[in-house]
Write a protein that binds this ligand. Structure first.
Ligand SMILES: Cc1cc2nc3c(=O)[nH]c(=O)nc-3n(C[C@H](O)[C@H](O)[C@H](O)COP(=O)(O)OP(=O)(O)OC[C@H]3O[C@@H](n4cnc5c(N)ncnc54)[C@H](O)[C@@H]3O)c2cc1C
Length: 508
């Protein structure tokens, strides 16, 4: 594209999360002049490495599942760039290894026939039900993707169109995931397995709209990939691409004001200086952005939408407690992605949304060293994350001081020792670090440490979720986990594409 430099429109993006980076790449490539302002000295937000001081170990701090693998190549392919020059996949035979509290161990294979064989321990009827669930739900997802998820709902005519309402009715979105799944499988273990996979919607799986069970269905159909070096390596690849295209990132740049004049976003205040822009894209946590960077006058109905008026009543997602371990041993029992389904699954999950810590938590165990040697300097070492859902900071009964951390840490280690039948896991630990909701709040400005953005309840999903363009202020756009289509790295990347296309189409 041949655009005179003086004519190029200036885009400011606040936040270098995966959403900010992907929007930046697409817009820079389309001929805009893009500058990203990031408060930290690294990009990727919560997708970054935690590293031991001696640099013997590194591991992704949070996101680790490359769900919907095609999305990760797509941004490169859309720009006619070979993704293999930037990052590599490691293929997986099993996308999850599952351990249950009753001692069962089985694999969810990327090959459905193999998964069916693995599930035969339940009974034939249940395997049929599971298979029907997978196909029905994937089919519904394809419809949702085309008609709802991959398009913005900026005008009310889009929201209330016959086509949208017909699609929502067809998808039976008012059904809760809980009721929907029970219609296919009776086995509690299978139900729980499906629910567990919807977890990073950050809402109780018994309450989210049924369409989000498509995470489990899609993982079975499309598989979950592993990117060599984890999702943090992928973010570094995106950063490299953005810089190569000529984009700029200003690190250590905390922005606390977007300047609005006559209903137009005009620029930002940075270091007491006004920096003008033609368009601004906000990639920070949505609620934080509304409260602290926009600081709209609640009384000014010209500037504020109904959603922002009710910002204090928004249902927030839960948070996560993560133990990062560097170990002097390699476990053959584990795959890269592992789930431990504990007893009283439903009670324990619901507790989290009542502001209480779980006593018998179910765990997601990320063990990249099962297949990927790039996380440890020593080939006999390995790294592991143990993740547990916990309440966000809105519940002030939980202090994240040492006592709480040690208690939950010890509980998780005990559960893991039982699941893997190993004695004295602690004796193998050479490096450890803990991430709590407080860290999410402090490091990335997640409102109340709620790390999956706005909760995906029915009235905060799809057409009801904040959209990519501000309804009252011109030239202001949003990208990220709290914005439609929602949370999850690959979903946020889809959001970035919608934002970039919208801005690009408005360009002339
Ligand atoms: C524990 C956990 C596990 C997850 N697991 C998975 C998974 O396995 N697979 C998956 O696909 N997804 C997963 N996710 C979700 C995924 O990580 C997120 O959806 C995605 O990273 C969100 O990206 P984002 O662009 O919205 O924002 P963020 O990553 O939140 O980026 C926002 C950026 O804005 C910066 N910022 C904030 N305020 C300011 C300011 N005032 N000025 C300048 N900069 C600012 C922040 O520092 C940050 O870099 C997980 C999330 C968590 C928390």
């Amino acid at each position: 594209m041949n655009i005179n430099r003086n004519e190029r429109k200036r885009i400011i993006i606040i936040g270098a999360g995966i959403g900010g980076l992907c929007t930046g790449i697409r817009l820079q490539h389309a001929g805009f002049e893009v500058k990203i302002y990031e408060k930290n000295d690294f990009s990727g937000g919560c997708i970054r490495y935690v590293t031991s001081d001696d640099e013997l170990f590194k591991i992704d701090e949070s996101a680790s599942l490359a769900i919907n693998p095609l999305t990760y190549d797509k941004i490169f392919c859309d720009l006619a760039i070979n993704p293999r020059k930037y990052f590599q996949y490691i293929s997986l035979d099993n996308y999850y290894k599952v351990f249950t509290h009753s001692g069962k161990v089985f694999n969810l294979s990327t090959n459905l026939v193999k998964t069916q064989e693995e599930l035969n321990f339940i009974n034939n009827k249940e395997v049929e039900g599971y298979t029907k669930f997978i196909f029905d739900t994937s089919y519904k997802y394809l419809i949702a993707k085309d008609k709802i998820l991959n398009r913005p709902f900026i005008d009310s005519s889009d929201v209330y169109s016959f086509d949208t309402i017909k699609t929502l009715a067809r998808l039976k979105v008012l059904n809760s995931a809980g009721d929907y799944v029970k219609g296919y499988v009776e086995s509690k273990e299978l139900q729980e397995l499906i629910f567990f996979q919807t977890f990073f919607m950050g809402v109780s799986p018994y309450k989210i709209p049924s369409i989000y069970t498509s995470v489990a269905a899609n993982s079975q159909i499309e598989g979950i990939s592993h990117i060599e070096g984890g999702l943090s390596a992928y973010v570094l690849a995106l950063q490299k691409l953005f810089l190569e295209l000529g984009g700029k990132i200003c690190f250590n740049s905390f922005i606390n004001k977007i300047v609005i004049k006559d209903k137009y976003a005009k620029g930002i205040m940075y270091d007491k200086e006004f920096i003008p822009a033609d368009k601004i894209v906000l990639n920070t946590d949505y609620i934080n952005g509304q409260r602290n960077l926009l600081n709209r006058n609640i009384e000014d109905i010209k500037l504020i939408s109904n959603f922002e008026k009710n910002i204090n009543n928004i249902d927030l997602s839960c948070s996560t407690f993560i133990i990062h371990l560097g170990l002097s041993i390699k476990f053959k029992e584990l795959e890269i992605h592992n789930l431990y389904l504990n007893k009283d699954f439903k009670i324990e999950i619901e507790k989290v949304f009542e502001g209480k810590l779980p006593k018998n938590p179910s765990l997601y165990i990320y063990y990249p060293s099962a297949k990927d040697g790039s996380f440890c300097k020593n080939s006999n070492h390995s790294v592991m994350n143990i993740m547990v859902r916990v309440p966000n900071l809105k519940d002030l009964n939980i202090s994240w001081e040492d006592d709480t951390k040690i208690q939950l840490y010890s509980l998780c280690i005990k559960i893991l020792e039982k699941a893997l039948k190993i004695k004295n896991l602690s004796s193998y630990i050479l490096f450890q670090k803990i991430t709590t909701p407080k860290n999410f709040q402090e490091n990335f400005n997640y409102y109340m440490g709620s790390c999956f953005g706005i909760g995906h309840t029915f009235f905060q999903s799809m057409v009801f979720r904040p959209q990519i363009k501000d309804k009252k202020i011109e030239n202001l756009y949003y990208v990220g986990a709290s914005i439609h289509p929602g949370n999850g790295a690959s979903i946020v990347m889809d959001c970035a594409k919608i934002v970039a296309n919208t801005i690009n189409n408005e360009k002339r």
